[in-house]
Design a protein around this ligand. Structure first.
Ligand code: SF4
Length: 161
């Protein structure tokens, strides 16, 4: 569904950006938990967990952030504003077309995803992460769970990398 400036999806996603500090603390705790549970995920099998994790992630983050399931979540570095909602899918800041009122040049009713990202990041303790350069999107990860990916990556050894 396309999120216009008045749609419920759009309003909820901006609600989340306004609460970026709270969501950051929640996510930090949640990430610690899923990373710690790596031995359990390994026992069950990451492959087997992919579908249920991705479905849950899609549901929760779809509602909260209008998530597009890119599989390589950047919310912690983008003030809880999903960069995949940028019509140009820009992952490293805005294009040169932001309107004077802070809205998108492609979707005039929508606040620029990166204007929202900057505002959200200013409320977060890890807000400096917005300055990190993000890797280009790897579309092979689309529709995969970024939660499971984080658990796997944070437990990776040089041999499993
Ligand atoms: S960055 Fe990717 S995983 Fe994170 S909310 Fe946006 S589409 Fe979803």
């Amino acid at each position: 569904m396309k999120a216009t400036g008045t749609s419920r999806v759009y309003r909820i996603r901006h609600w989340s950006v306004k609460r970026s500090a709270l969501l950051e603390s929640f996510y930090n705790g949640f990430e610690k938990l899923i990373v710690t549970m790596h031995p359990v995920w390994k026992l069950i099998g990451y492959q087997r967990l992919e579908k249920p994790f991705a479905a849950t992630e899609k549901l929760v983050k779809g509602v909260m952030f209008d998530c597009k399931m890119c599989g390589q979540c950047a919310l912690s570095a983008t003030g809880m504003s999903c960069p995949m909602n940028c019509p140009k899918n820009l992952r490293n800041g805005p294009c040169g077309g932001v309107r004077g009122n802070g809205n998108c040049e492609v979707e005039p009713d929508m606040k620029c995803v990166w204007v929202a990202a900057w505002e959200g990041s200013q409320r977060m303790s890890g807000g400096d992460e917005i300055n990190l350069v993000q890797h280009p999107v790897d579309f092979r990860l689309k529709n995969k769970s970024s939660w499971l990916r984080v658990a796997k990556l944070k437990n990776a050894t040089p041999e499993t990398r």
